[in-house]
Design a protein around this ligand. Structure first.
Ligand code: GLC
Length: 560
């Protein structure tokens, strides 16, 4: 049965990303759940989004909060556990004329997945589903680092073999060189396509192919391990897999596909997602947000440099200009909150800078992705103890830097509050009641203490709130053909304060001008008089010539 036939239905859509564990707890166990999402659908619809992407909710030991899947066909008990909840959620999403995107984790499974359990029992068929290798000189086959710290190989004494886990040791990598593995993944995808999901977000999908000789790499300073990504990220075989997935699942079911990719350049990006390439509809690039840190090390922050940000976004707009499509995002479940990171979370400027971020990012070419709470300007965390954090990365860093390295606890708690993945995972702030209205009991992760001043209930009734700005923005965006289809031309490029660009299509010109600083700056506009469509100060109707932008001011305007 082919459920969705409208070609390219996703082209002018906006996506809302949900981290289910932290969205809304409907059954009072401290975890957000599937039914909780369903109960909040009117809110999601009110934002003006078209697609809902829900992070993994499958049965999982939760070593990586669900990105370690133990059963691709069952909902985990913490998310309600009931398959009827999922049926109702997807049916209601469709009834409200929205679409549902499933987060498909296929680079690895949980070590508690039946396949891996059989592999551990010595079943050769299933050992071949993963990368099991003999020790080399009594050690791991190579010195690749795991993304979450330590090495990427785990020793299994009773088999006298190592297995590969580019992420956590509870996330063994699947061996995509084994055709049976690809067949299994395809049948899982087909199952969900038949069930009625409208698209897949493809997790860590550019890591599918590993060079089989597993060469050693240059270690990182002070470590025996090194990131061997040159040996397993974006290898040509990834495209071959995309071709097959497309032929058998994506195209027949007309699904929206968004590939999470890292360590990528323009050529490879176009290989994955070009004009004449139906496999992958859009790319979700890590490269867009890495500019304020040292390479891929999020705990080595660099001061936020507006010029570096502009270079990242405008380079990628240019790379993909005639083909392909980008996901546009400022935050997600793997990133600290953007208003604190790239804006100003003081009471004076928080709302202005939250709105300014939307105005900056979502008038670009691509698909807006709004991450739960971003529309409210939810901030960095205010936790005080290492026990308040839950992400797999935290214990590794704490051990290495504080316990063994002697660095200050305060420094690292602060880094975890402002940079760790937990930063984006505190419970959604619904109202001013206990736990921000997220749950009737103590939530699995602490609610940010500022929930009494930043929450949905307050912002819903305030016409000038970030929430209502986002609602307005998404509606305005849809009406602008230049924003959906037009060219992107940056201006005021030398400024280290503003992000300004023009979108042009046929006779329509729209400009987005944004001040990232807490002082006034002047911007010379392109020729013509412009009518204001969006303003975060709310008091400007027309602009032309030279404009003074106030702190964190943002305007979108159309040429008259
Ligand atoms: C992706 C997910 C992240 C997860 C990782 C491993 O990067 O966004 O949350 O930890 O893949 O599945």
């Amino acid at each position: 049965m082919i459920l969705h036939k409208e070609k390219n239905w996703w082209k002018d859509a906006a996506v809302y990303q949900i981290y289910p564990k932290s969205f809304y707890d409907s059954n009072g166990d401290g975890y957000g759940d599937i039914e909780g999402i369903r109960q909040k659908l009117p809110y999601i619809k009110s934002l003006g989004v078209d697609v809902i992407w829900v992070c993994p909710f499958f049965k999982s030991p939760q070593a990586d909060n669900g990105y370690d899947v133990a059963d691709y066909f069952k909902v985990d008990p913490i998310f309600g556990g009931d398959m009827n909840d999922l049926r109702n959620l997807i049916d209601d999403i469709h009834a409200m004329d929205m679409k549902f995107v499933l987060d498909m984790v296929a680079n690895h499974t949980s070590d508690e997945h039946e396949w891996f359990q059989k592999a551990l029992a010595g079943d050769e068929k299933y050992m071949n589903y993963y990368y099991f290798r003999d020790p080399v000189n009594g050690k791991a086959p190579c010195n690749w680092a795991s993304v979450f710290g330590g090495g990427a190989w785990e020793y299994v004494p009773h088999l006298n073999k190592y297995y590969l886990h580019t992420f956590h040791k509870k996330q063994p990598d699947l061996n995509w060189e084994n055709k049976e593995v690809v067949d299994e993944v395809i049948s899982i995808m087909k199952h969900w396509a038949e069930y009625g999901v409208d698209g897949f977000r493809l997790d860590a999908i550019n890591y599918l192919y590993k060079e089989p000789d597993f060469p050693d790499v240059e270690p990182m300073p002070g470590s025996e391990f090194g990131f061997g990504t040159e040996h397993y990220a974006n290898k040509p075989k990834v495209n071959e897999h995309f071709n097959r997935l497309n032929r058998e699942v994506f195209s027949p079911y007309n699904m929206m596909t968004v590939a999470e990719v890292a360590y990528i350049n323009g050529d490879t990006a176009r290989e994955y997602c070009g004009l004449h390439k139906p496999e992958i509809d859009m790319l979700y690039l890590f490269e867009l947000l890495n500019f304020d840190q040292d390479g891929y090390d999020k705990f080595a922050p660099l001061p936020f440099d507006v010029k570096a940000f502009k270079e990242a976004i405008f380079t990628w707009q240019e790379e993909m200009k005639d083909c392909g499509h980008l996901a546009l995002f400022f935050s997600n479940h793997d990133q600290a909150r953007s208003v604190s990171r790239f804006g100003n979370d003081s009471d004076e400027y928080r709302d202005l800078s939250a709105k300014m971020h939307g105005n900056t990012m979502y008038m670009l070419k691509g698909t807006p992705y709004i991450y739960q709470g971003e529309e409210l300007g939810m901030t960095s965390l205010d936790y005080t103890a290492v026990e308040d954090f839950h992400d797999v990365e935290v214990p590794f860093m704490w051990q290495e830097k504080v316990i063994e390295g002697g660095e200050s606890e305060e420094k690292w708690i602060n880094l975890f509050n402002t940079r760790s993945r937990d930063g984006g995972r505190s419970p959604m702030q619904w109202d001013s009641t206990a736990n921000g209205g997220f749950s009737k009991v103590t939530p699995w992760q602490k609610t940010n203490g500022n929930y009494t001043k930043i929450n949905v209930a307050l912002q819903d009734k305030d016409e000038t709130s970030p929430l209502n700005f986002y609602r307005h923005l998404l509606r305005v965006r849809k009406t602008l053909k230049s924003v959906i289809n037009g060219t992107v031309t940056p201006f005021d490029t030398d400024s280290d304060a503003t992000v300004c660009y023009s979108r042009d299509y046929e006779d329509e010109q729209v400009i987005s001008i944004n001040n990232f600083k807490d002082y006034n700056v002047q911007v010379v506009l392109p020729a013509g008089d412009f009518r204001v469509l969006l303003t975060n100060y709310g008091d400007v109707a027309e602009i032309s010539g030279t404009v003074t932008l106030r702190p964190y001011e943002a305007i979108t305007a159309i040429r008259k």
